[in-house]
Design a protein around this ligand. Structure first.
Ligand SMILES: Nc1ncnc2c1ncn2[C@@H]1O[C@H](COP(=O)(O)OP(=O)(O)OP(=O)(O)O)[C@@H](O)[C@H]1O
Length: 362
């Protein structure tokens, strides 16, 4: 029996991508499908980085296509292609940056910076080009977390080169000021310093720039969420009521300025006793999920309260780099893929595709 393109497409429609939960045909992931003489050739192109999943997806597709009667050779390649998506109206995009993800929290100390750094490293481990901007002006922790010392270089006037740590391009006010002297800046100074840092850093060809926002929902945060060209925001919270209450304010703030909420990450969800393995919900349970269902936003995943997360980030080598194959890194990578899948589902930025329209009086 002759194998047809329709046969193959029917099979592909039955294969559900375990990450996106969408079948491979409907997600538009199948490119260059050809069938000749019962040999099948196709490419699976994902809109998000997922290097750790390529083999599993290839195996899934080949196993399913093998069941077609009389099929001969099957050639399947899996890759990612990350494109730029739109940001809030009236804000200028950054050259060299396709997508900006703000990581925010309603209150301090919930583990926002730790989550931001691990998510950036997870996206990078999955094959994306990633940068991170430490906008946490009062407590810039990025230099320490990524183990970066020294000052950034300036190759041209009014620009700074990003520093590099664990494969990420990084910029932080912490690189420019003395770490031990407290910052006593007023709101407008903070926002203009951060905007300058964001725009004057010469980001090189990034798929994602993670912005570690200052904690809270005050004027500084509101101004930043209006001025920084954000593709989507991730809110980090702990499960206790007070943090959730503040996280709700964060959610509202981004909604107000027209930035889509990608979802919520619950940090320090449970504590697993290292000696007996007993699991305790130190800060209560189910709060993040309930908040997501109340506000109709996605729950992206949760991380346990774990000593190694703190020790590794304090030592300049966050968990995703310190134990890339460990259980916690897998959670960070899974959350990172969920974030990137949702970004891929947003409207694409077409500004580079439109011709310049010039109106002339002749
Ligand atoms: N899941 C976790 N398990 C254990 N320790 C954690 C976890 N997440 C974060 N921490 C630790 O908690 C402390 C606060 O984390 P972090 O600096 O990331 O919080 P933050 O929300 O960014 O705080 P702020 O915004 O006030 O700077 C750090 O010492 C960090 O290592």
């Amino acid at each position: 029996m002759a194998v047809t393109v329709e046969n193959v497409e029917t099979v592909l429609r039955s294969i559900i991508n375990p990450d996106s939960k969408i079948d491979l045909m409907s997600s538009g992931s199948i490119k260059n499908l050809s069938v000749s003489d019962n040999n099948i050739q196709l490419e699976v192109v994902l809109g998000y980085p997922a290097k750790s999943q390529f083999q599993a997806i290839q195996d899934l597709v080949i196993a399913a296509l093998k069941k077609i009667a009389d099929v001969k050779n099957i050639q399947v390649t899996v890759s990612s292609n990350i494109v730029a998506h739109t940001v809030q109206r009236g804000v200028k995009l950054l050259p060299g940056v396709k997508n900006i993800i703000a990581v925010a929290s309603g209150k301090g100390g919930v583990g926002k910076s730790t989550t931001a750094a691990n998510l950036a490293l997870a996206l990078s481990a999955e094959g994306a080009r990633v940068g991170i901007l430490d906008a946490d002006i009062y407590g810039p922790s990025l230099p320490m977390m990524l183990g970066i010392n020294g000052r950034p270089q300036t190759k041209e006037e009014n620009t700074i080169e990003p520093m590099e740590g664990h494969g990420l391009q990084a910029s932080s006010i912490g690189f420019l000021v003395d770490q031990d002297s407290p910052m006593v800046w007023r709101g407008p100074m903070v926002t203009s310093a951060l905007e300058q840092l964001l725009r004057q850093t010469r980001w090189r060809d990034l798929d994602y720039l993670i912005v570690d926002m200052p904690p809270g929902t005050g004027d500084i945060q509101l101004t930043l969420s209006q001025k920084v060209p954000v593709t989507g925001a991730v809110i980090v919270t702990t499960p206790q009521d007070i943090a959730l209450l503040d996280a709700r304010k964060g959610l509202k703030m981004f909604e107000k300025v027209g930035v889509p909420i990608i979802g919520i990450v619950e940090n320090m969800s449970t504590y697993i006793c290292p000696s007996c393995g007993h699991e305790e919900h130190v800060f209560g349970s189910g709060g993040g999920q309930k908040m997501c269902s109340d506000y109709n936003v996605d729950f992206l995943g949760s991380l346990p309260l774990n000593l190694s997360i703190r020790e590794q980030s304090d030592a300049g080598c966050p968990t995703v780099v310190a134990e890339p194959n460990g259980a916690i890194s897998q959670v960070y990578k899974q959350i990172a893929r969920q974030v990137a899948i949702r970004i891929a589902g947003l409207a694409k930025d077409m500004s580079s595709k439109f011709p310049n329209i010039v109106i002339q009086n002749t």
